[in-house]
Design a protein around this ligand. Structure first.
Ligand SMILES: Cc1cc2nc3c(=O)[nH]c(=O)nc-3n(C[C@H](O)[C@H](O)[C@H](O)COP(=O)(O)OP(=O)(O)OC[C@H]3O[C@@H](n4cnc5c(N)ncnc54)[C@H](O)[C@@H]3O)c2cc1C
Length: 440
């Protein structure tokens, strides 16, 4: 019998098969036909990791977070405990002191931590996403041994210094600079709005190394250095009066004639901008997963409250407009979760993920703000006090709409991708594909 399939059908079938090979497991049914099984289940290891983080948050952070937030107290000892669990090197290979999990596990950790409080996830973002993952990809073997290993073990805290008082979205507007002096570089500059800025031990510092290129705003004149707090000429301080993330440390640091060996340059001279964009892509992934945790926390708090608060002789869970808010939180949680999961999958496979990370970050952060705001409404006046956690969720999640690319910047980037004006760029250095320890 002649085939009734058109070339288009065959093309579609091939595409489906290619897609299936990548995203789905296949199994043979009783009749011997190959069937496709969609598997969004976590592995046993990932599930155990998620439960460990959940238990850690419930025992070590949740009972104290209201007080830390109220007093704007940064509890350094929490990070010693997080380090003991291996979370500060969760997706760093074991050969570099890490726990050797995949990149999806990093997302799971971020989602769980931020469901408790944002300050925990912010530390993961800067320490792992923006700093350690960049050392893993761009670092020399010597840099990895000296800086990445103690960071992955959690012996040292690390962060990322790009923003300056007059240069945030406009990275090339930075004024920090370095000049060569024999085998060393002399670094000068001020970095502002740096998470863990007043407590971290290691910093990535971005600055101009070519003044001619700076004059014409050519970003190939920017380089990146690894700086240690203990280096003479380094000073830092804490920023006060923040709207949220009060339990976290946000600071500034200043370098005045800090001498660093040339061996502390990350990547090659002039690759600083590319390293910054690479780092931000990983950071955005962690922010997306964390913001998804805020949506989940807002949903869970709303469900618990709606099931107990009685009005007119019935729980408010019976009111349709309360249901609508909870339904929207549920839908937003599921969508945001899938977006970061897809991005984590691309990272595991060593595929370009800049577009996916930007989309996940933009959507999750925007939706987390909406979810936290709706959760306050579900709680009525109670939601407006810190007797309940939802007001903290709203104060905390606002910053993520601003950092690692503002909502405006991601909106424009997504439009440019859709319009074909922007493409995933090929790079000299990419994030190493995930390899399970036994598979290496
Ligand atoms: C809590 C917190 C933690 C942070 N942690 C870090 C950190 O660890 N390391 C670090 O380096 N930085 C950090 N930042 C800084 C953050 O990344 C910047 O604040 C962010 O990039 C925005 O820059 P800006 O504040 O200078 O705003 P601006 O760039 O001045 O933007 C102001 C407004 O103009 C809009 N705008 C600017 N440029 C454009 C454009 N080209 N097109 C359209 N609209 C535009 C923006 O969307 C925004 O609405 C942190 C910030 C906060 C709030």
């Amino acid at each position: 019998m002649p085939s009734t399939k058109s070339p288009n059908d065959l093309f579609s079938a091939k595409l489906v098969f290619e897609f299936a090979k990548r995203f789905y497991h296949t199994k043979t049914n009783q009749r011997g036909h190959l069937t496709i099984v969609i598997d969004f289940e976590l592995t046993e290891e990932q599930e155990q990791l998620r439960n460990t983080v959940r238990e850690f948050c419930a025992g070590e952070v949740a009972p104290y977070i209201k007080e830390w937030d109220e007093k704007a107290h940064f509890e350094r000892s929490v990070f010693d405990k997080i380090a003991e669990l291996g979370l500060l090197g969760v997706c760093i290979p074991e050969e570099y002191g890490g726990a050797g999990f995949d990149y999806i596990s990093l997302g799971l950790v971020c989602e769980e931590l931020e469901a408790c409080d944002t300050f925990l996830r912010v530390a993961m973002s800067v320490h792992v996403g923006l700093n350690s993952m960049s050392l893993l990809a761009w670092g020399t073997e010597e840099q990895k041994q000296k800086y990445l290993v103690p960071q992955a073990k959690g012996e040292k805290l690390a962060t990322f210094g790009l923003t300056e008082p007059n240069a945030g979205s406009d990275v090339v507007g930075m004024r920090s600079y370095a000049r060569r002096d024999g085998d060393d570089w002399i670094l000068n500059g001020e970095k502002m709005w740096i998470s863990l800025g007043d407590v971290a031990d290691h910093f990535l510092f971005f600055c101009w190394t070519d003044q001619e290129k700076q004059k014409v705003r050519d970003h190939s004149g920017i380089s990146c250095f690894i700086v240690e707090r203990s280096m003479p000429g380094f000073s830092s301080g804490t920023l006060h009066g923040k709207l949220g993330i009060k339990a976290g440390n946000t600071g500034y640091f200043s370098l005045q004639d800090v001498r660093v060996p040339a061996a502390n340059m990350l990547g090659q001279e002039g690759e600083g901008f590319k390293i910054a964009m690479f780092s931000l892509e990983n950071g955005r992934y962690t922010v997306a997963a964390g913001a998804t945790g805020v949506i989940k926390a807002a949903r869970d708090a709303s469900v618990a409250y709606a099931n107990t608060r009685e009005v007119q002789g019935q729980t408010i869970a019976n009111f349709q407009l309360v249901k609508q808010k909870i339904a929207e939180m549920e839908a937003d949680y599921q969508m945001a979760h899938l977006l970061w999961l897809k991005c984590g999958f691309l990272k595991n496979e060593g595929k370009p993920s800049a577009k996916a990370a930007s989309l996940a970050k933009w959507q999750a952060t925007t939706r987390s703000e909406k979810a936290a705001s709706m959760a306050i409404e579900v709680h009525g006046a109670n939601g407006y006090t810190n007797d309940y956690p939802v007001e903290r969720y709203l104060r905390n999640c606002k910053a993520a709409v601003i950092y690692e690319g503002t909502r405006d910047i991601h909106t424009l980037m997504q439009a440019d991708w859709a319009l074909g004006l922007k493409k995933e760029k090929s790079a000299r250095v990419t994030l190493p594909k995930y390899q399970a320890a036994g598979a290496k």
